[in-house]
Design a protein around this ligand. Structure first.
Ligand code: AMP
Ligand code: MN
Ligand code: MN
Ligand code: MN
Length: 279
């Protein structure tokens, strides 16, 4: 089975519409597919409709920003009930924080001589949500940076122009929103946080004791060593293992949806006791 539980549409920082993302999932031969836009569930209804038409197992998801130890981390909520009020209110709060942040980013970029940053960035977005990726793509389009890597080196981080911290909800609260909405909480891409292995493991342990269900053991950019290590840590901490590409669809990102290495141990798969329809 091809299972991809981490993907973005233009309701956050992906390029494709939910319908187009689901069609791509079918083309990439996915059997199970989750849409997990940052801090929103607005694309799920459309995606679910298309998935039903194409007879694709669709998982309702979201990727929620959270604070652990004063750092931003991402927690995936899988199989969430999109009608849950507490989840909806939490996500709305994060959307408001994003709006305030985007004004601050544009202002800071303006100070660095990049004029009209807000208008130019909004022109790239197809929905109300503005993410750092939109600002990054704007800086590439304007010829200021050549690729995403150089944008996030020169701008949008730390004390660089456009670097604006956000006080997202704490990780334990975010896990509460997800579990309260009947979902499964999974720490996304554990090796992408610029932390030492000791710190990653400490973070996983903190998440585990606060009700987190699993970690993303396999992502499109995982090395073989990272997969083995993450699987071992999951095992030690009693966490389940998830797999997802983190597909966004930008031309300058070379991630392919559904093209993922196998989990080292299928018994720890987050979907091990999920039941599939029409299978
Ligand atoms: P936001 O949630 O608006 O802060 O945006 C974070 C998003 O920016 C992440 O989900 C990634 O898609 C993207 N991003 C952050 N850092 C990098 C990086 N170094 N290279 C490429 N994309 C990045
Ligand atoms: Mn993203
Ligand atoms: Mn992420
Ligand atoms: Mn993501």
């Amino acid at each position: 089975m091809v299972i991809d539980l981490h993907n973005h549409s233009y309701y956050s920082d992906g390029v494709l519409s939910p319908t187009e993302v689901v069609r791509l999932a079918k083309k990439q031969k996915c059997d199970v597919f989750a849409l997990t836009d940052h801090d929103t569930i607005d694309g799920l209804a459309e995606a679910s409709l298309e998935a039903n038409k194409l007879n694709l197992q669709f998982v309702f998801g979201t990727e929620i920003s959270a604070i652990w130890n004063n750092m931003t981390i991402h927690v995936l909520g899988l199989k969430i009930n999109p009608n849950n009020k507490i989840l909806q209110v939490g996500l709305k709060k994060h959307q408001q924080l994003r709006e305030i942040r985007s004004e601050k980013i544009a202002c800071s970029l303006g100070g660095a001589g990049i004029i009209g940053a807000m208008e130019k960035t909004k022109a790239l977005a197809k929905t109300n949500m503005i993410t750092c990726t939109h600002f990054a793509q704007m800086l590439i389009q304007e010829g200021i940076c050549k690729d995403m890597k150089s944008v996030f080196r020169r701008f949008l981080v730390g004390k660089k122009p456009g670097g604006v911290g956000v006080k997202w909800a704490q990780f334990d609260e975010v896990i509460g929103w997800i579990r309260g909405a009947g979902g499964v909480a999974v720490l996304a891409h554990p090796f992408r946080y610029r932390m030492t292995h000791t710190k990653i493991k400490r973070m996983m342990n903190d998440l585990a004791i606060n009700g987190c269900d699993g970690i993303e053991v396999v992502t499109a950019t995982s090395s073989a060593d990272e997969i083995i290590l993450a699987s071992q840590w999951a095992n030690e901490l009693g966490l389940l293992a998830s797999t997802g590409s983190d597909y966004h669809g930008w031309l300058n990102q070379r991630v392919r949806m559904g093209c993922l290495q196998d989990l080292p141990n299928f018994e720890q798969a987050v979907w091990r006791n999920w039941t599939w329809q029409n299978y």
